[in-house]
Design a protein around this ligand. Structure first.
Ligand code: NAP
Length: 517
């Protein structure tokens, strides 16, 4: 499903030879495209149609880059030929020729795609790159197999604002999700939302929505000052909850929600959508595989200047807070990649109303690694992340909360003079990369790969694309549905305690009571 480099450099452009038995990769990892007789322009041309289309979809944004122009000239002519795809899961592979990895994960292909796969590529079902943990690109596709219910999960939405609309659109890209109802403080608003976004039922109050017996789960999309009350409302009505970030205004509020969820034995999760982005699965796996060595530093910023609006929640206390609105992404990012910090330091700049408009954070970890992060409501920042290790780095391109592209640098470590360790260690690292790729051939085929020598850095650069299959909001919904089907009360990817830790750090910063955490 990923794509780190396989070829050392991009082959010469121009039409290549036709696929033949000798040039065609093994049937288990490549199947369909070569049978079309499409011109083969190097090994890459054997990738499935969906990966070409997906890569092409995101490439125009970077059309000025040399790599993009090379990609265009090399692949575009072949794309039209590679159109054989599965209508049910849009995988780009006809059922009989799905990659071996997917057939294995889904029980020898006995079940039609749709019951296993809710729209994402089938490789997602094959587990993590490390092969050991059942890792969760299955936010969408669960390989829980027979335990997975065939029934659609029916969603209700509380609130009709901007993010509720995006989420509703995201749900429509999951074939096994159903947007059943929406609740608003006003019936007219609920009806117009329902009409625009294809929800069959509309309610003029949140109480009526949660009382709908047919709902399986409620998505809370109100301002965070209401999250506690709306989550409790849903939980007490017996509904599972997916609640927008920040989960609550304070850790004390979240503890109440957690207690209710645990008392009622209902699934509950913070909708920290960034954590479920497929690219982060790959980044976590690369870090775990030690591809960039030991992580020493994480540098990230997220900021967008919001036009001042006296009435907007972002500029009104108590709802207004850069830390709670934007800073929680930074905290969740560091938490998801590096774990819990030992010490936290930070600075907030507040406006005349006492609303924090910018925040700077430094987190220190037990091994000495640092996370240095900034968030802003008043400035456009790069919205990028750099994860720097002893033997390389990972650059997650903007926007890091919804990313599709990362650049991975690996370089030979420095060895003590005269010991030749550099060469040996470098060779070992490259062999590790090859092993990672070889262990999941289907996954590595999915995305555009570009790898080249980079003499100035004496290292190697790989560009990894992991395009979305929907608008990005559906991944968190897919994870909630996977947990519901598996009978989980919390997501292992986003447990309640993780949300609580984030809020505890935020509270200590907001109250000025910085303390070791
Ligand atoms: N994950 C993301 O990418 C993302 C993006 C933006 C926001 N968010 C989070 O999502 C939540 C909602 O954000 P939003 O941008 O959608 O907010 P919004 O546009 O202001 O909408 C919030 C909705 O909540 C309802 N509401 C109930 N009480 C309200 C009150 N006192 N004031 C205003 N609205 C009230 C309203 O719906 P009715 O009138 O229909 O009841 C309103 O449309 C926030 O927690 C925010 O941090 C997440």
């Amino acid at each position: 499903m990923v794509a780190l480099g396989m070829a050392r450099r991009i082959p010469r452009l121009g039409p290549g030879p036709r696929c033949s038995a000798s040039t065609r990769p093994p049937q288990s990892s490549f199947a369909n495209p070569c049978r079309t007789g499409a011109p083969q322009t190097g090994r890459r041309s054997c990738r499935p149609a969906s990966s070409f289309r997906a890569a092409l979809q995101i490439l125009p944004a970077a059309s000025s880059s040399r790599a993009t122009r090379r990609f265009d000239r090399r692949y575009r002519p072949t794309c039209a030929a590679l159109s054989d795809s599965c209508a049910a899961c849009r995988s780009g592979w006809p059922r009989e020729s799905r990659p071996e990895a997917f057939r294995r994960a889904s029980g020898a292909g006995a079940t039609p795609h749709r019951s296993r796969c809710s729209g994402d590529v089938p490789w997602a079902c094959a587990g993590g790159m490390d092969g050991a943990t059942p890792h969760l690109p299955k936010h969408i596709c669960s390989n829980l197999g027979d335990r997975m219910s065939e029934k659609n999960i029916r969603w209700g939405i509380i609130g009709t604002g901007g993010v509720a609309q995006s989420f509703a659109r995201g749900l429509h890209s999951l074939p096994d999700a159903e947007l059943l109802a929406v609740g608003s403080r006003s019936l007219a608003t609920a009806q117009s939302f329902a009409q625009a976004l294809d929800a069959p039922r509309a309610y003029g109050s949140y109480e009526e929505l949660v009382a709908d017996k047919d709902l399986d789960i409620v998505y809370v999309a109100t301002p965070h000052t209401r999250h506690k009350q709306d989550c409790l409302l849903a939980l007490e009505a017996g509904k599972a909850v997916l609640c927008e970030k920040p989960f609550a205004s304070s850790p004390a509020e979240l503890r109440e929600v957690m207690a209710a969820a645990r008392a009622h034995r209902l699934f509950c999760m913070e909708a920290m959508w960034m954590r479920f982005m497929p690219l982060y699965d790959e980044v976590r796996a690369l870090i775990a595989q030690n591809v960039i060595g030991e992580v020493r530093m994480l540098i990230a910023d997220n900021g967008k200047a919001v036009r001042f609006d006296d009435q907007h929640r972002m500029f009104q206390p108590p709802a207004g807070s850069c830390l709670l609105d934007r800073g929680v992404y930074a905290l969740a990012l560091a938490q998801g990649l590096l774990g819990e910090p030992e010490h936290v330091a930070g600075q907030l700049s507040r406006n005349s109303r006492g609303v924090d408009e910018q925040v700077g954070l430094v987190l220190r970890y037990a091994n000495g690694a640092l996370a240095i992060m900034g968030s802003s409501l008043t400035a456009h920042t790069s919205n990028e992340v750099r994860i720097i290790g002893t033997h390389g780095s990972i650059h997650i391109h903007a926007p890091y909360y919804n990313p599709v592209k990362a650049t991975i640098w690996t370089r030979p470590p420095k060895a003590p003079p005269g010991q030749g360790g550099t060469v040996r260690a470098w060779g070992a690292r490259q062999r590790l990369m090859e092993k990672i790729k070889a262990s999941q051939p289907g996954q590595w085929m999915l995305s555009l790969v570009e790898e080249s020598d980079w003499p100035r850095r004496k290292g190697r650069r790989s560009v990894l694309f992991r395009p979305h299959t929907g608008n990005g909001y559906h991944y968190q919904a897919g994870e909630a549905m996977r947990c519901l089907r598996a009978g989980l009360l919390e997501s292992p990817m986003m447990p309640l305690d993780a949300s609580l830790r984030t809020l505890e750090i935020a509270e200590s910063l907001l109250s000025g009571n910085l303390r070791p955490t």
